[in-house]
Design a protein around this ligand. Structure first.
Ligand code: SAH
Length: 418
């Protein structure tokens, strides 16, 4: 049964006419879903978050329609372009959800039941994501503009994915701080079920046959970093026959479990969150039926990755594979240079912990720093530490995390022999 919910359904919508300057018109003609405040010439009235904004050019032709967001410089989140026959509402959301589903159909392996259903603006939902974990749906909103429509969006996804039985609503930090009326009284971590059982927000799911547990009510993002699935699988492949693997910034042990399943003798997970390390240990326990995972020695270290690496170096520890998957160090353009220095520092420490011919896997989720720039710094640092890298692969976004616009592209991962 579908989850029972009383989420708002955006009916009847309030409309605003928005006339744009040439700059805004150009963005919309190019299919870009962000209409910035400074591209707007005139609005018919002050709008509330989620009001339907119909966008016109100087000649009064309709360029598109979307959701108004007075709290953001991206004042209109554009959902349809040109004079669409489908007005913003249930039918449009159903169509957009279906298009996102078609993009993914047949591309997720049968032993995986958790993936991203809607990836923000690249799936025509600028400012929200939807993740599915087995029978649980997590909707995370980064803009209040989607809140009045959450009921319609959830219902569209329930229709398309009939296995869904539970629903979690997640808010970004900014949205959490907004007033009660803007949030329609909803709080981050609000849960709905089909009424058959109580639920605390924890859900078990399968990723490439490995069982994981996520806390969709209060875990980071929507509970798990689904975007790294393909890189985790690649680390699994590389770990065949490996002795020791070090997983830095491990969160709930994603990379660690893949390495263990492939037969690594010892895997060390490092994260400064004790909840993350506890979750990693639980995930090992959940897979104890797998002989390799059961016989792998898993060491969970709660601590700062930089400090732990210094400690491991002092102890002269060496690993066959080191995975480095830090959070974004550059939250704004101004932080870019310091962030590159931090990434380089990580790379320097990491290569010192890798045995000769061992492998470095270095990921970054910072949209502010492009792959070439970041990995150039990683190469240089490794070389200057006397451990030059022989790069053999570089990856970016997985199929369920499309990145249609340059601003949407954030994930990059380098694979190299040391
Ligand atoms: N590799 C993980 C996702 C990593 S997300 C996966 O596959 O699921 C980044 C993680 O880094 C978070 O869990 C966060 O708690 C942790 N973290 C952030 N700063 C840290 C630091 N200085 N030292 C250790 N862990 C840190």
């Amino acid at each position: 049964m579908m989850p029972e919910h009383n989420l708002p359904r955006g009916n009847p919508p309030d409309r605003i006419a928005v006339r744009v300057k040439e700059k805004g018109a150009k963005a919309l003609r190019q299919g870009h879903p962000w209409l910035f405040e400074d591209s707007i010439e005139k609005i018919s009235r002050d709008g509330k978050p989620g009001d339907v904004a119909v966008v016109f050019n100087q000649a009064k032709s309709v360029l598109g329609a979307g959701l108004y967001d007075p709290s953001s410089p991206v004042r209109v989140k554009v959902l349809s372009f040109g004079a669409s026959k489908i007005p913003v509402g249930r039918e449009l959301f159903r169509k957009l959800c279906l298009e996102a589903k078609q993009l993914r159909d047949g591309k997720i392996s049968s032993d995986t039941n958790a993936w991203r259903l809607l990836n923000g603006e690249s799936d025509a939902f600028p400012g929200m994501v939807a993740d599915k974990y087995a029978d649980a749906l997590a909707l995370k909103v980064y803009t209040p503009a989607f809140i009045p429509w959450l009921g319609d969006i959830a219902d569209s996804l329930f229709e398309l994915y009939p296995e869904l039985r539970r629903l979690a609503i997640r808010f970004s930090r900014e949205v959490q701080r907004m007033s009660d009326d803007v949030r329609f009284g909803l709080l981050d971590g609000t849960l709905f079920t089909d009424g058959t059982a109580a639920w605390d927000g924890s859900v078990q799911f399968l990723e490439n046959g490995i069982i994981f547990e996520a806390d969709v009510k209060s875990g980071q993002k929507t509970g798990f970093f689904l975007d790294q699935r393909d890189n985790r699988a690649a680390v699994g492949e590389l770990s065949k026959g490996a002795g020791k693997v070090l997983n830095l910034f491990s969160y709930s042990g994603g990379f660690s479990l893949y390495a263990a399943r492939s037969g690594a003798a010892e895997v060390c997970s490092v994260d400064f969150s004790k909840h993350a390390i506890a979750a990693a240990c639980r995930n090992f326990a959940l897979n104890a039926h797998d002989r390799n995972i059961a016989s792998c020695r898993h060491v969970g270290i709660t601590g700062d990755a930089f400090a732990v690496m210094d400690e491991l170096e002092k102890e002269k520890k060496l690993f066959d594979i080191v995975v480095v998957d830090p959070p974004s160090f550059a939250k704004s353009a101004a932080e870019k240079d310091t962030a590159i220095k931090s990434y380089a520092r990580l790379a320097r420490s990491a290569v010192k912990l890798i045995r000769k011919n061992g492998i470095l896997v270095f990921a970054s989720c910072s949209s502010r720093i492009c792959a070439d720039e970041l990995f150039e710094a990683v190469h240089q640092t490794a070389a200057s530490a006397g451990r030059p890298l022989d790069e053999f692969n570089r990856t970016s976004h997985a199929v369920d995390h499309p990145a249609k616009f340059k601003e949407s592209s954030y994930l990059k991962c380098l694979y190299a022999r040391v």
